[in-house]
Design a protein around this ligand. Structure first.
Ligand code: MCN
Length: 785
C-alpha cells in the first residue's frame, strides 16, 4: 500500500496515513505461525482434563503410541525433568502471596477443565488429534469450586492444598482519613457489582512452532505472542535453555487483546519436545481448546462505597474486590487488579481512598490481562456508583460529575499517582452537545408520560485511565519483575531508505505505519522509504513488547529520541562537510541547513557510509538507538454517552447511539486511533450486553465455544460517533497518550448506566453484565412483585 500523496515530510504526524500493514493482510500474504512448514516436523496434541478438579491416578500413553502416525507421547510425570522452573508469574504482589508451582503438564492433580495432563507428537495434525483420544487417563474426581465467594467459604474445596486456603493474596492501598470522612459524610452509598468473566477472542488462535538446530543447541520459537522478548527470557528459564540460544519470533499476529501477553504451557512444551526429538514441532489450538486453555479476563466481585456532602461533593471512596485468579498464576494474573487500584476514584477530586483486593484461586482457567486489564473494572465501579449517588441525591448524573471533576493539572490524586494533563469538563461538554443530552432527556420524559413500553435510557461514563506502562521504578515498587522501558533503533541505509527497529510487538495496532510517520517527519523520508522491524529477538534484541497501551507512549517516544541522536550526528557531519561551525547548522524535517548550503539526512547517510570525509575520530555509519523509560504513565480520559431503548415487555436492549469523546493527547494517525476506539468500544459493549464465560458449580465451562459464548458482530452495533478533545501529555515530547484500551474501559458503564437509567423509574437499580434480555426482564419482574 502506498501512502497518500500528502504524506510528505513535515506533514506526516497527525495525518490519516493508510495502514502499511493492510496490503499483505488483505491479500493473504501475511506470515501466520500455523502456515509454517518444514520437512520432518511433528504436530503436538494436548490431552486435557475433563474434570475441574481430579487426582491423576494413571496415565497410559501406550494406546496412542500404537497409532501408526504417532512418534511419541508423554505424561506429565514423563516430562518433569524438562522443566528448570515453573511457568512464569512476573507479578507477585505481596511477600506472602501464595504462588503455586505451575508445570506445563500436570503431574498428580488436574485443577481446571482444560489443564494439560499428557502430550502426543504425531506426523500430522489429524493424527495428533486422534492420538489425544487414545491416551488413557484414570482420574479420581474431586469437588471443585468455580466462584470466588464460594471459594472463600469455610470448607470450600482447595485448589492448592498446600496453602490451606484459596486466598492468593490481599493487597491494600490506603490514603487519607477514610473512616472519618465516611463518618462525617452527609450521604454514603454502597454498591456491589460483578465483572463478568470474558473470553478473549483474537481472530488468530494461539499457535507455536519451534525449529531446533540440535547440533548447536539453538532454537527458534515462532509464536502468536504479544511478548517475544518476555517469552525469550522466561522460556529460557522454564526450559533451561541459554537465552542466547533461543530466538523468539512473533511474525504476523492476528490480535491478542492481552491474551497473547502471556507465556503458555504449550510454548514450553513445544520447546521441550523439539529438544527431545530434535525435530521441528508445531501446536495450534482449536477454538474450543482455546476457550479452555487461553487466559480469561475479568471475573471479579466489587464492593464500592462513596461518601459525599449533601451537595454531592465526593469526599472518599472505599473499595473491596474479590478477584478470580483461576487455578494458577499466569504471567501477570495477580497484578491485573492492581492496574486499576489507583483508579476507583475516577476523574474525581477526592480526599480519602481505601482499596483492598483479595486474589482468589478457583478451579477455572487462569485469568490475566484482557483489554483494559484492571482499568475497565475500576471505571465500571466508580462510574456506576456515580450514577447511583446521583439517584440518591436526585441530581442529574452529568451535573454530579461536573461538581467533582479534577480541574487542576498535573493532579496528584488521592491514591497517590499524578495525572499528567486533562480537561474533563471539555470532553463532557462535547459529549453532551453531540449526544443532544437535553433533547434525549426530553424524549425520555415524553415516553414515560405516555407509558411507552419502550423506555429510553441515557448513560454516561467520564473515565480516566492510566496506560503507557510504565516507569520502571514504579513497576519495581509494586513488585512487577521487569522494567517498563522500550527501545528504538534508526538505521539510515546508504541508498536512501531507513530501517526502524522497535522493541514493541504489534498485533493489529499499526505500528509499522505510525512509527514510519514519526520517523518520516523527524528525518525527512517518505513513509514508503521506511521499513519498521519488530517482533524478532534476533533482529531487535531488546524490547518490552506490546500491552497496556504502552507502545506509542514508550516505544514511539524512544523512536523520537533515537531520531534526535541521528540528527545530532548528522549535524556534526553536515557541519564538517560544509566547513562551518556545528552551531550554524539547523535541522528541520530532515534537512540540514547551513549558512550557504543544505544537505538531506539521506545525503549525510551516504557520506557516513562511505566514511571518506568524516570528522576526526567519528564512527562511520548513521545509526542511533535509544532506550526510553517513561517518567509517568499516560492518562487518557474522555466522556462517553450511550443511548439505549429497553423493551420492558421482552427485556431486549437496543443500543441506539454511542457518542465517544476521547482525549488521547496528540494523535499520530487519526484513522488508526479511530480504529482502535472502534475495536475497544465493540469489546466494551460486548461485555455489557453479550459476553460471559459461565462455569457451573462443578467447574464445567458452559460456554465452551462461539455457539454458546456470544461474540457480537458489527451488525449489533450502531455507527460509533467519535469526537476528540486534546490535552497533550507534558511528559513526552510527542505529547501523546495511549488509545488501545480506552473503548473497552469506558463503554461498559456507559451502556449499563443507560439501561438502569431507562428503568430507574420502574425501580430497577442494578442489572448484572451482560444485560441479556432475560436478565433485564427478570429485574423488571422482581421490582414489579
Ligand atoms: N496512536 C496514535 N496516537 C495516539 C495514540 C496511539 O496514533 N495518541 C496509535 C499508535 O501509534 C498505535 C496505535 O494507535 O499505532 C495504538 O497505540 P497504543 O495506544 O500505544 O497501544 P499499543 O500499540 O501499545 O497496543 C496495545 C493495545 C492493547 S493493550 C490492547 S489489549 C489491544 C489494542 O492495543 N489489542 C489489540 N488494540 C488492538 N488492536 C488490534 N487490532 N488487535 C488487538 O489485539
Amino acid at each position: 500500500m502506498t501512502a497518500p500523496a500528502d504524506a510528505v515530510a513535515g506533514q506526516v504526524v497527525g495525518a490519516p496515513v493508510r495502514r502499511k500493514e493492510d496490503g499483505k493482510l488483505l491479500q493473504g500474504q501475511a506470515q501466520w505461525v500455523d502456515n509454517m512448514r518444514v520437512p520432518g516436523m511433528v504436530f503436538l496434541g494436548v490431552v486435557r482434563s475433563p474434570y475441574a478438579h481430579a487426582r491423576i491416578v494413571r496415565v497410559d500413553v501406550q494406546p496412542a503410541l500404537a497409532h501408526a502416525n504417532v512418534i511419541a507421547a508423554w505424561s506429565g510425570a514423563d516430562l518433569v525433568e524438562e522443566w528448570e522452573a515453573s511457568l512464569p508469574c512476573a507479578w507477585i504482589p505481596t511477600e506472602g502471596t501464595n504462588a503455586p508451582e505451575h508445570k506445563p503438564v500436570a503431574v498428580d492433580m488436574a485443577r481446571y477443565v482444560g489443564d494439560a495432563v499428557a502430550v502426543v507428537a504425531a506426523t500430522s495434525r489429524a493424527a495428533a488429534e486422534d492420538a489425544v483420544e487414545l491416551v488413557e487417563v484414570e482420574y479420581e474426581p474431586l469437588p471443585a469450586v468455580a466462584d470466588v465467594e464460594a471459594a472463600l467459604a469455610d470448607g470450600a474445596p482447595l485448589v492448592h492444598d498446600e496453602f490451606g486456603t484459596n486466598r492468593c493474596y490481599v493487597w491494600r492501598l490506603d490514603a487519607g482519613e477514610v473512616d472519618r470522612l465516611f463518618a462525617e459524610a452527609a450521604v454514603t452509598i454502597k454498591e456491589r457489582y460483578r465483572q463478568n468473566r470474558l473470553v478473549p477472542n483474537a481472530i488468530e488462535p494461539r499457535a507455536v512452532f519451534v525449529t531446533p538446530i540440535p547440533a548447536t543447541g539453538d532454537f527458534t520459537l515462532w509464536s502468536t505472542t504479544q511478548v517475544p522478548h518476555i517469552a525469550r527470557t522466561t522460556l529460557s528459564m522454564v526450559c533451561g535453555i541459554s537465552e542466547a540460544k533461543l530466538r523468539v519470533v512473533a511474525p504476523d499476529v492476528g490480535g491478542g487483546f492481552g491474551s497473547k501477553l502471556n507465556v503458555y504451557a504449550e510454548e514450553a512444551l513445544a520447546l521441550a519436545v523439539a529438544r527431545k526429538l530434535g525435530r521441528a514441532v508445531k501446536w495450534t489450538e482449536t477454538r474450543t481448546e482455546g476457550y479452555h486453555s487461553t487466559i480469561h479476563g475479568r471475573d471479579q466481585v466489587q464492593e464500592i462505597e462513596l461518601a459525599a456532602t449533601a451537595e454531592g461533593k465526593l469526599t472518599a471512596v472505599r473499595v473491596r474486590l474479590l478477584t478470580a485468579m483461576g487455578a494458577y498464576l499466569q504471567l501477570v494474573t495477580p497484578g491485573i487488579p492492581l492496574l486499576g487500584a489507583w483508579l476507583y476514584g475516577g476523574a474525581y477530586d477526592i480526599e480519602g481512598y481505601s482499596f483492598e483486593c483479595t486474589g482468589v484461586f478457583t478451579h477455572t482457567v487462569p485469568t490475566d490481562a484482557y483489554r483494559g486489564a484492571g482499568r475497565p473494572e475500576a471505571t465500571y465501579a466508580i462510574e456506576r456508583a456515580m450514577d447511583a449517588l446521583a439517584r440518591e441525591l436526585d441530581l442529574d448524573p452529568a451535573e454530579l460529575r461536573r461538581r467533582n471533576f479534577i480541574t487542576e493539572f498535573p493532579a496528584t490524586i488521592a491514591s497517590g499517582l499524578t495525572i499528567d494533563s486533562g480537561d474533563y469538563d471539555a470532553s463532557l461538554d462535547v459529549a453532551l452537545e453531540q449526544a443532544d443530552y437535553d433533547g434525549v432527556r426530553a424524549e425520555q420524559r415524553a415516553r414515560r408520560s405516555t407509558g411507552d413500553s419502550k423506555r429510553l435510557g441515557i448513560g454516561l461514563s467520564t473515565y480516566v485511565e492510566m496506560c503507557g506502562l510504565a516507569p520502571s521504578a514504579i513497576l519495581g515498587a509494586i513488585r512487577y519483575s521487569a522494567g517498563g522501558w522500550d527501545t528504538a533503533t534508526i538505521r539510515c541505509l546508504p541508498t536512501g531508505t531507513l530501517q526502524v527497529l522497535t522493541g514493541t510487538s504489534p498485533h493489529g495496532q499499526g505500528h509499522e505505519t505510525t512509527w514510519s510517520q514519526i520517523a518520516a517527519e523527524r528525518l525527512g523520508y517518505q513513509i514508503d522509504e521506511i521499513e519498521v522491524l519488530h517482533g524478532d529477538t534476533a533482529v531487535v534484541p531488546l524490547g518490552m513488547d506490546t500491552y497496556g497501551s504502552r507502545s506509542l507512549a514508550v516505544g514511539g517516544v524512544a523512536l523520537y529520541y533515537a531520531a534526535d541522536r541521528v540528527v545530532e550526528k548528522a549535524k556534526k557531519i553536515a557541519a564538517h562537510m560544509m566547513e562551518v561551525d556545528e552551531a550554524q547548522v539547523d535541522c528541520v524535517g530532515g534537512v540540514l541547513q547551513g549558512p550557504e548550503s543544505s544537505l538531506t539526512i539521506k545525503e549525510i547517510a551516504f557520506a557516513a557510509w562511505t566514511a571518506h570525509n568524516l570528522p576526526q575520530g567519528m564512527e562511520p555509519g548513521l545509526e542511533a538507538s535509544y532506550v526510553y523509560d517513561p517518567p509517568n504513565f499516560s492518562w487518557p480520559a474522555g466522556a462517553h454517552v450511550a443511548i439505549v431503548e429497553v423493551d420492558t415487555e421482552t427485556g431486549n436492549v437496543e443500543l441506539l447511539r454511542y457518542v465517544a469523546v476521547d482525549d488521547v493527547g496528540k494523535v499520530i494517525n487519526p484513522t488508526i486511533v479511530d480504529g482502535q476506539i472502534h475495536g475497544g468500544l465493540a469489546q466494551g459493549v460486548a461485555q455489557a450486553l453479550y459476553e460471559e464465560a459461565v462455569y457451573d458449580d462443578d467447574g464445567n465451562l458452559m460456554t465452551p465455544n462461539m455457539v454458546m459464548y456470544l461474540v457480537p458482530s458489527a451488525a449489533e452495533f450502531p455507527r460509533w460517533e467519535l469526537h476528540r478533545t486534546e490535552t497533550p501529555s507534558p511528559t513526552n515530547p510527542l505529547g501523546v497518550k495511549g488509545v488501545g484500551e480506552t473503548g473497552s474501559i469506558a463503554a461498559p458503564p456507559a451502556v449499563m448506566n443507560a439501561i438502569v437509567d431507562a428503568l430507574a423509574e420502574d425501580g430497577v437499580t442494578d442489572i448484572s453484565m451482560p444485560a441479556t434480555p432475560e436478565r433485564v426482564w427478570r429485574a423488571l419482574k422482581e421490582v414489579q412483585q
